[in-house]
Design a binder for this molecule. Structure first.
Ligand code: NCD
Length: 296
């Protein structure tokens, strides 16, 4: 996400808007994307697949690395180089931080990072920013609360660097053990981003335009004990929202999957936006792919 300028981000968002409103048609016929998912995924894998196929392109999906030749001892580099002989684009999710960037240095075709460990998830941030624009009418100068696992949540790391171009006021809400990592805090200071850290959701509910909730990233914890300490830190309920003096433009977003951090009774409230948000991922991924393949 740090590679993208403000103009890159608004360009992709504007193109997604045009694709969604059918103001532009893009044809990906003849293009093949390889979707390499070395970590579990539902939304990201399926929305990339949908994005490509609904524009006439095709995809190869590898969701179970047990079936690949890496099981025979082939190196990651050889696998990626081989796949680049067939495909025009690689989409990669890996538990290894930096995997997609490394892959991009090995091959001549574009590689999209669909999540690398606890590091980054840039296409999620782009769709989050698109969702913010759709619900708030703008991206600039908004009050955005980021809630939950700010230490391990890769969507958070991409979103803060994306939002940093748009003069946000950030509320970083987490249990003390899951605060955002220090290098990001330092970056926010040097980028001039206004932010406040707290462990109390109630203190930000009335102020926020958007509340972006994240799952406690169980798979990134070193042990069960550490996870048990924080697993139920936050639970947003319909009652909590109804009792707060929220703004009329207030929306709750979540990259999903949720576990228990938002109760299902919130889903019916007009401020719940997470399922529409998931749909926005298709348009944003179409826009990004079209840009990378040079067809829009
Ligand atoms: C996120 C991820 O994989 O980082 N999911 C997603 O892609 N929408 C968030 C999560 O797993 O909590």
């Amino acid at each position: 996400m740090r590679d993208l300028t403000r103009a890159d981000i608004t360009g992709i968002v504007d193109l997604a808007e045009k694709i969604e409103s059918k103001a532009i048609t893009i044809n990906l016929s003849g293009y093949l994307a390889a979707l390499l998912f070395f970590e579990p995924s539902t939304r990201t894998a399926f929305s990339f697949d949908t994005a490509i196929k609904s524009l006439g392109g095709n995809s190869l999906m590898m969701q179970s690395p047990e079936n690949s030749s890496q099981q025979k001892g082939e190196s990651f580099a050889d696998t990626v180089r081989t796949i680049s002989q067939y495909a025009n684009l690689i989409v990669m999710r890996s538990a290894v931080e930096g995997a997609a960037r490394y892959a991009s240095e090995l091959v001549d075709i574009p590689v999209i990072n669909a999540g690398d460990g606890a590091n980054q998830h840039p296409t999620q941030a782009l769709l989050d920013i698109y969702s913010i624009k759709k619900t708030q009418g703008r991206i600039d100068s908004l009050k955005i609360a980021l809630v939950g696992d700010l230490k391990y949540g890769r969507t958070i790391y991409s979103l803060v660097y994306g939002l940093a171009h748009f003069k946000p006021e950030l509320y970083l809400v987490s249990p003390q053990h899951l605060q955002i990592r220090k290098y990001v805090r330092d970056d926010l200071v040097s980028l001039g981003v206004n932010f406040h850290e707290t462990s109390e959701i109630s203190s930000v509910l009335g102020d926020a335009d958007v509340m972006y909730v994240t799952r406690i990233q169980r798979e990134r914890f070193s042990g069960q004990y550490e996870y048990e300490q924080v697993k139920d830190s936050y639970q947003i309920t319909a009652r909590m929202i109804e009792q707060a003096a929220i703004k009329s433009n207030f929306r709750i977003m979540h990259p999903l999957p949720r576990v228990n951090e938002i109760t299902t009774d919130v889903d019916a409230l007009p401020c719940a936006y997470y399922f529409q948000q998931a749909k926005n991922g298709v348009y944003i991924r179409q826009a990004l792919i079209a840009r990378l393949l040079g067809v829009a």
